[in-house]
Design a protein around this ligand. Structure first.
Ligand SMILES: [Zn+2]
Length: 542
C-alpha cells in the first residue's frame, strides 16, 4: 500500500480510525508510568542547572476513561482527565498531567482540526508522513496543537509534539514530545514523553522552567497474570513430579538456614519482577556479574553460593542486596561514568553479602508477598543501618584496593564528589525507595574515595564525573528486559553538554515489530566497557 495512492483526506480518515483503535487498546493496558522532573535555573554563565526535582511512579489505568467508541465525538480533550493513576509513589506535581500526554485527544476527529501535510520523513527505520495539526477556531475545549508523525503502512501516530490549546484559566498544559513504539503487531504504544517549559508564567512572581522525562513499561505484566496458573501447571507436570535434590537426606541445620534465606531472596526477587519493578534476568545482569567476579577473583574469595545481579527499572539512584542478589537501579547505571565507579557500587553491595548481613527471613513466608503492586515500596525494605553501611564501606574499599580498578578509583571518587554536590538540589533523584542511597543528606558512600579524586572542573571537556539520565540502559517496554543502549558516545562540543545527572529529550530509533526481534543485535559493550579478569589473575599481574 504505497502512501502516494491516498489523498491527505483519506490518510486522515485512517489516522482517526487508528487513534480510536489505539484508545480502545489502551483501556486494557496497565503499564507503569514514571516521571522524573527537574526544575531549572540559569547559572552565572546562563546555562540551565537543576535546582529542584520531583518524582512520580504509578500504573496507568484508562479503563474507565470514556465510553468504548466515541466516534460520535461531543467530548473533546480537557473535558475530563483520561483515567486515573494508582500511585506507587507520588508527589504533588500532578502526575496525571504527564500521563495524559500519552493521548493526543480523547476524541480525535477531523472536524476539530486543520491539517497541513509537511513532508515525508524517516524516524529510525520507519517512514512517516509529517502533518501539522491546529485546532479550528471556536473549539471551546482544549485540543492538541502541534505536529504528528504517522507511519505510512497502517497510519498509526508514532510521535506527536506540541501542546494543548487553548490554555485553561487556572491550570497549564505543558509542551511535550510523545513517542510510541511498535511493541506488538499493529500496536504502537506510548513509551517516552519529554516535557520542557521555560518562561511559562504561572503567577505574578512565578515562572516555570523545567524538563521532565516520562517513561512507560510493564505492558506485558497484566496479560501474564491472567493466564498464569493453569497453563504452567499443565505444561510441566510429567517431569517435575520427582524432586530434583540428589541427596535423599534432610538438610543439615546450616544448609537449612541457607535454603531458608534463599527462599526469602527468591520470593522478594520474584515479587518485584512480577510487579514490574525489577527487569527479568538478562544481558545487563551478566555485565554486572562480570565486575562482581573480577572483585571476587582478584581478592581470592571463594564465596559459597553464586552472586546474581538484577536491574531495578526506576530512575532514583540506589543499590542494595536481596540475599545474594545485588540490585542496581536503572538511573544509577545510567549516570555512572565508567567501570571503576560501577565496581565501587557493586563492591559495597558485595561486601554486605561477604559480611553476612542477613535478609529479613520473614520474606520466606509466601503470604508476605500478597499485596497490590502499588504497595511495593512500603512492603519491602532492604535498607541497612549505619553500622552495616560503614562496615560495608570499609570492606568495599579493601576489595577495590586489591582489584583491577585500584588505579582508577579517582574516577569513582570524582563521581561521588559530583553526586555529593547535587544532594541539596536533587533530593528525589538521590532518595532511595527500597535500599540505601549512594548519597544521603549527611554525605556520600565511601567518602574516603573523595580524597583520591581530582578537583571537579566543570569547564574541562575531558572530565566526565557523571552522565545524564537515560544514556545507558534501554528497557523493553513490553517485556521489561533491560539492555545496553546502542547509542554511540560522542565528543562534547562544550561543557554545557556534560549535563551530569541531567534530563535530555528522547530520540528513539523506531523500527517495525518483528516476531524474532530485530533488536537482538550484538550488544555495544563500548557503552560500558567491562572486561572480565581471567581466573587466577591478580591485579598485580595486570
Ligand atoms: Zn549498603
Amino acid at each position: 500500500m504505497p502512501a502516494t495512492s491516498l489523498s491527505l483526506n483519506d490518510v486522515l480518515d485512517r489516522v482517526v480510525q487508528r487513534e480510536h483503535y489505539f484508545l480502545a487498546q489502551m483501556r486494557h493496558m496497565h503499564p507503569l508510568v514514571e516521571t522524573y522532573l527537574q526544575d531549572l535555573k540559569n547559572d552565572s554563565s546562563g546555562n540551565p542547572v537543576p535546582v529542584k526535582d520531583n518524582y512520580f511512579l504509578g500504573r496507568l489505568d484508562m479503563s474507565k476513561g470514556l465510553e468504548d467508541t466515541s466516534f460520535t465525538g461531543q467530548a473533546g480533550f480537557g473535558h475530563n482527565l483520561l483515567g486515573k493513576l494508582t500511585g506507587l509513589h507520588s508527589l504533588h506535581f500532578l502526575p496525571a498531567g504527564f500521563a495524559q500526554m500519552v493521548v493526543i485527544d480523547t476524541d480525535f476527529q477531523k472536524r476539530y482540526y486543520n491539517f497541513n501535510f509537511v513532508r515525508r520523513e524517516f524516524l529510525g527505520d520507519v517512514r512517516c508522513l509529517v502533518i501539522d495539526v491546529q485546532p479550528k477556531k471556536g473549539n471551546k475545549t482544549p485540543h492538541f496543537m502541534g505536529r504528528i508523525w504517522v507511519e505510512d503502512q497502517d497510519y498509526n501516530i508514532v510521535r506527536f509534539n506540541g501542546t494543548y490549546y487553548p490554555q485553561p484559566k487556572i491550570n497549564f498544559f505543558f509542551h511535550f514530545d510523545s513517542w510510541r513504539l511498535n511493541l506488538r503487531p499493529g500496536m504502537w504504544l506510548p513509551v517516552y514523553i519529554y516535557t520542557e517549559e521555560s518562561g511559562l508564567k504561572t503567577g505574578l512572581l512565578q515562572t516555570l522552567h523545567f524538563k521532565a522525562q516520562t517513561r512507560l513499561w510493564g505492558y506485558e505484566l497484566k496479560e501474564l497474570n491472567k493466564t498464569d496458573e493453569f497453563t504452567q501447571i499443565l505444561v510441566d507436570s510429567p517431569q517435575s513430579v520427582k524432586d530434583q535434590s540428589d541427596a535423599a537426606a534432610d538438610a543439615a541445620p546450616v544448609v537449612a538456614e541457607r535454603l531458608w534465606e534463599k527462599q526469602a531472596e527468591e520470593n522478594a526477587v520474584e515479587r518485584l519482577t512480577k510487579g514490574g519493578l525489577l527487569a527479568p534476568p538478562g544481558e545487563v545482569d551478566k555485565i554486572l556479574a562480570t565486575v562482581v567476579n573480577n572483585l571476587l577473583l582478584t581478592n581470592n574469595i571463594d564465596l559459597q553460593g553464586e552472586v546474581h545481579c538484577r536491574v531495578l527499572l526506576t530512575a532514583p539512584l540506589e543499590s542494595f542486596p536481596i540475599g545474594h542478589t545485588i540490585v542496581v537501579s536503572r538511573g544509577l547505571l545510567d549516570v555512572l561514568p565508567d567501570e571503576a565507579s560501577l565496581a565501587m557500587v557493586l563492591a559495597h553491595e558485595l561486601s554486605h553479602i561477604l559480611l553476612g548481613h542477613r535478609l529479613d527471613t520473614m520474606l520466606a513466608f509466601d503470604d508476605k508477598m500478597f499485596f497490590p503492586d502499588e504497595e511495593s515500596f512500603q512492603r519491602f525494605d532492604f535498607k541497612r543501618g549505619s553500622a552495616d553501611e560503614e562496615a560495608a564501606n570499609n570492606k568495599a574499599l579493601e576489595l577495590l584496593k586489591n582489584s583491577p580498578y585500584k588505579e582508577k578509583l579517582g574516577n569513582a571518587g570524582l563521581f561521588l564528589k559530583a553526586l555529593g554536590l547535587k544532594v541539596p538540589d536533587l533530593p528525589n533523584l538521590i532518595r532511595p525507595h527500597l535500599g540505601n542511597g549512594v548519597a544521603e543528606r549527611k554525605g556520600v558512600r565511601m567518602a574516603s574515595l573523595l580524597s583520591e579524586a581530582p578537583a571537579l572542573d566543570e569547564k574541562r571537556l575531558d572530565q566526565i564525573a557523571a552522565l545524564p539520565l537515560g544514556g545507558r540502559i534501554k528497557v523493553d517496554p513490553w517485556s521489561d528486559q533491560a539492555e545496553l543502549s546502542k547509542a554511540k558516545t560522542v565528543a562534547l562540543n562544550s561543557a554545557s553538554e556534560k549535563m551530569e545527572f541531567g534530563i535530555t529529550p528522547f530520540f528513539p530509533h523506531l523500527v517495525r515489530f518483528s516476531p524474532g526481534g530485530t533488536d537482538k543485535v550484538a550488544l555495544n559493550t563500548s557503552a560500558l566497557p567491562v572486561s572480565p579478569v581471567a581466573s587466577g589473575t591478580t591485579s598485580e599481574q595486570k
